[in-house]
Design a protein around this ligand. Structure first.
Ligand code: HSE
Length: 430
């Protein structure tokens, strides 16, 4: 028999992840109890639809149709929020749980990315913890690595591919030769897309994750609005082919680092060397690369979604609470988190540019002049086959600042020689 009293869970949200957590608690009870030194039990659950068949028994659990009521129950020690969404019931219930003396475990990246600071302050004042391992990179214990295993490091940079759907689309465009729209449709059929697909392909889901990692890595208040975001919707097969010809893969890459000018956070499609660990990451898998002044570099790779991996991350947090391992939400007390100055990509890089140009005299010269006027030097330039009146031009620049390039792109858009808006991708030599 365990000596401590059982840890009592209230689980709100019985979709894929919630069901996975119930399965672990039921099927691995003895293992959890042995590891925590106490039983881990579910006392109550809540979801929208009580009658749905979930493939797991809910017998013995009280049912609450309102997650806020669940969060306030006296027989719940830990409120497990698996509802999702940055406002509404998820936020109301987490706040109710903290106010009524519960610890919180959540998989909700949007909620934490938008309200992380306020919730962390609330938890701290109440003397409780919020844990959210499952919110970032699914089954990869990246938050625990940053919070604990790497606590002795000054973190210098965190990078990663953190949206499996985008990585699935990009790698399968290359492998199958099918275009973006066909792969998007395939993801919809496979159930890979979020309810709002723009969260995936627009880079928002991955941006939420990056903002959370930045806060933990640099001790700053989470600031999702400062993430430079760009989705993968404009990547074409030809971009993937041109990148491959130069020895690169296109990835939706997140990078955050503290620079002399402020905190850089960007989630944008980039070219990365095809021989690098990030370049070799195929399909729906996630990868996070962490660099610290002592550890140098570590690479974490694993499933970024799915029932087992995400429930595994939720259970890791629950087990920490069961064992009495209590860490501030973002690693340092919420009141001590610094408000960082946002810095747009502070380091220079070469860029890949695809410009659709009118096939008429002087068009190429105009573009080259605009780049020159912006102080951007061209490394390579190639005109591709004409299609009707348009001639796509591929340009690789020497290293430049993203802001200079944006000025040049703005100037190009005001000319009469473009047939399509340019695609500009940073080349990240990792
Ligand atoms: N939609 C996400 C992805 C999983 O495709 O990686 C949950 O964050």
């Amino acid at each position: 028999m365990s000596q401590l009293s059982p840890l009592r869970l209230g689980i709100a949200g019985l979709g894929t992840v919630g069901t996975g957590v119930v399965k672990i608690v039921r099927q691995q009870a003895a293992l959890l109890s042995a590891r925590a030194g106490r039983d881990v039990v579910i006392t109550a659950v809540s979801a929208r639809d009580q009658s749905r068949e979930r493939g797991v028994s809910l017998s013995g659990y009280a049912w609450e149709s309102d997650p806020v009521a669940l969060a306030k129950r006296d027989d719940v020690d830990v409120f497990v929020e698996l509802i999702g969404g940055d406002s509404g019931p998820a936020k109301d219930a987490v706040e109710a749980a903290l106010a009524s003396g519960k610890d919180v475990v959540s998989a909700n990246k949007a909620l934490l990315a938008h309200h992380g600071q306020a919730l962390a302050e609330m938890a701290e004042i109440a003397g409780h913890v919020i844990r959210f391992e499952a919110a970032v990179a699914g089954g990869i214990p990246v938050i625990k690595s940053l919070l604990e295993g790497l606590a002795g490091n000054e973190i210098t940079r965190v990078m990663g591919v953190m949206n499996g759907t985008c990585n699935y689309i990009l790698t399968n465009m290359e492998k199958s030769g099918r275009g973006y729209n066909a792969l998007f449709d395939e993801c919809a059929e496979l159930g890979y897309l979020e309810a709002d697909p723009n969260l995936d392909v627009g880079g928002i889901d991955a941006g939420h994750k990056l903002a959370l990692l930045a806060s933990i890595a640099f001790g700053t208040q989470v600031d999702f609005d400062a993430v430079e975001l760009e989705g993968i919707q404009r990547i074409e097969l030809q971009d993937i082919k041109h990148a491959a010809d130069m020895g690169f893969k296109i990835k939706l890459l997140g990078v955050t680092q503290m620079t002399g000018r402020g905190l850089e956070q960007r989630m944008t499609p980039c070219l990365v060397p095809d021989t690098s660990p990030l370049g070799q990451l195929d399909g729906g898998t996630n990868m996070v690369v962490i660099e610290g002044n002592q550890v140098e570099q570590i690479v974490l790779r694993g499933p970024g979604a799915g029932m087992g991996p995400t429930a595994s991350a939720v259970m890791g947090d629950i087990m920490d609470i069961a064992r009495g391992n209590r860490v501030p939400t973002f690693g340092v007390p919420a009141a001590k988190l610094v408000k960082a100055t946002p810095a747009m990509a502070a380091s220079t890089a070469p860029f890949y540019l695809r410009v659709g140009l009118m096939d008429k005299p002087g068009a190429m010269a105009k573009i080259a002049t605009i780049l020159g006027d912006a102080g951007i030097s061209i490394d390579r330039m190639r005109q591709l086959g004409h299609v009707d009146e348009s001639a796509p031009v591929l340009i690789v620049t020497h290293k430049c600042m993203r802001q200079s390039l944006d000025h040049a792109l703005e100037a190009m858009s005001k000319t009469d020689v473009l047939t399509t808006a340019p695609v500009a991708l940073r080349i990240e030599n990792l």
